[in-house]
Design a protein around this ligand. Structure first.
Ligand code: ADP
Length: 467
């Protein structure tokens, strides 16, 4: 099962683990430097003592008192660390030694004496059976007035230092433990505080429902990373609110759109049935009903097309074809209607297109029929095809018609939206033509744009991406 750790728990754990690692490293380093320092100073102390004894033994004027003072009295004055010294003759007989030395430190436990001047490296450590720890050093010394060589053995009891280091280790362990506990508590506090905006965000998202889409997150004072999340969320709410508004507008428009033809049909049927009619009168009623049925069928077909185009699984059959040729064929189809309306249609430009030819025909037809419907007698409609190196192909439908005012421009691609709801200009339009154009362009990963000036004309631009 996947772990469900909260971010606060994760951050606190990571924070505590890294604090633990840091404190441990610091404690190990402190202990190591102290222990190394002790060892170096102790080694130096023993080497100094050996050098001192060598000097005393090498002096011609030296007498036994000098040696005694150094070996027997000096050690008695040391409180903290106990120091021992012994001098052996060439036959390994003890000449002099610190009182009590032979009990714990017999001559045999010292290693072979060294002649070198660098004595610090020769220091050895030894732990006795009862746990006392010593540093041992032995060295040769030349005796004055003769070639005889005597052996010096010195030892230092470092048990007090060891006990001190042990206490130090214990204190460091407590410091690490308290440090880790402290960092766990502060880590949890900091993480919880840092996560507070997320809690706020959750509360807002919990509150939001379809009827509360106007809610926004007040992200002032939030950290940068979360503020961008909140703004992204607010932008998503903007889009959702807009989509919901359009959707509810669409439902209203749809109900209205269906009610009118059905009312007409009911009215006509009611009038026809109100008294007995001649077969000719019934025929006319049925014929007029057929027109309404045809309009309803067109409306339903268009709505179905839009619903299908919205489905993410929809697939289009793209082929490569000559866009200019296709546009010419569509214009030819509309020639008779244009002539009837006294409007001139012309085409220009050229380019290849990778698209669904049936859907392409529908897009251009919708735009052309709109242009013809909104261009007065004597006007012109120009369809131009133009290939762009970077961004594919553009098809523009320009007219010199009535134009669209800026207040309607943002909404003309909405479903069932009509500039003139009374249909005084174009009675057959249900306000779906441009929505279909937009859907088809979206299916082709393209887009549609409009530029229009009231009284001067409109230009619809279809942008197809390069294949
Ligand atoms: P319809 O099928 O009712 O024409 P459309 O979706 O095609 O609906 O168009 C929406 C609205 O845009 C129409 O009501 C119309 O007023 C306006 N319109 C579309 N094309 C043009 C144009 N070329 N010139 C002026 N107005 C236009």
């Amino acid at each position: 099962m996947k772990s469900r750790w909260s971010i606060v728990a994760r951050l606190t754990t990571l924070y505590t683990a890294s604090a633990f690692a840091m404190l441990m490293l610091a404690a190990i380093f402190l202990h190591w430097t102290l222990a190394v320092n002790f060892r170096r100073e102790d080694g130096q102390f023993l080497a100094d003592k050996v050098q001192l004894l060598r000097t005393i033994l090498g002096k011609t004027s030296a007498d036994a008192d000098d040696l005694k003072e150094e070996v027997e009295w000096e050690t008695a004055a040391l409180h903290f660390a106990k120091y021992y010294a012994r001098v052996l003759d060439p036959q390994n007989h003890t000449l002099i030694e610190t009182p009590g030395m032979s009990n714990d430190l017999p001559a045999a436990i010292f290693s072979v004496p060294s002649d070198t001047a660098y004595l610090e490296n020769q220091v050895a450590s030894r732990t006795l059976a009862h746990g006392q720890k010593f540093l041992l050093l032995s060295a040769m010394a030349k005796v004055a007035n003769g070639n005889a060589r005597q052996e010096i053995q010195v030892a230092l009891d470092i048990s007090p230092e060891e006990a001190f280091l042990q206490r130090y280790r214990r204190n460091l362990a407590w410091a690490v433990l308290f440090g880790v506990l402290f960092s766990a508590v502060t880590g949890a506090f900091v993480a919880r505080r840092g996560m507070r905006p997320l809690v706020d965000l959750t509360q807002v998202t919990d509150r939001i429902s379809a009827s509360q889409l106007h809610e926004r997150i007040a992200s002032d004072g939030w950290p940068k990373e979360l503020a961008s999340l909140a703004t992204g969320f607010d932008r998503m709410l903007d889009r959702l609110e807009d989509s919901f508004r359009r959707l509810s507008q669409f439902s209203g428009d749809l109900a209205h759109e269906l009610r009118t033809p059905i009312n007409n049909l009911r009215g006509e049927a009611g009038v026809a049935l109100s008294q007995s009619r001649t077969p000719e009168e019934y025929r006319r009623t049925l014929e007029s009903s057929l027109e309404e049925y045809a309009r309803l069928t067109r409306l339903i077909d268009n709505l179905l097309f839009l619903a299908r185009a919205d489905s993410p699984a929809v697939d289009i059959a793209r082929v490569r074809f000559d866009a200019r040729k296709a546009v010419d064929a569509i214009c030819e189809y509309y020639d008779a209607l244009a002539e009837d309306r006294g409007v001139k249609i012309s085409c220009e430009g050229q380019g290849d297109l990778h698209a669904d030819p049936v859907l392409f025909r529908q897009v251009v037809s919708n735009l052309l029929s709109n242009a013809l419907n909104h261009t007065p007698r004597g006007g012109q409609v120009l369809v131009s095809v133009c290939e762009h190196e970077n961004h594919g192909l553009e098809v523009r439908v320009n007219d010199t018609g009535c134009g669209i005012s800026s207040e309607h421009l943002p909404r003309i691609f909405d479903r069932l939206y009509r500039v003139d709801p009374a249909r005084s200009q174009h009675p057959d339009g249900a306000g779906l033509g441009l929505s279909i154009v937009k859907s088809i362009m979206t299916l082709h990963d393209g887009s549609v744009e409009v530029q229009s000036e009231l009284g001067k004309g409109s230009r619809f631009i279809l942008k197809f991406p390069s294949a």
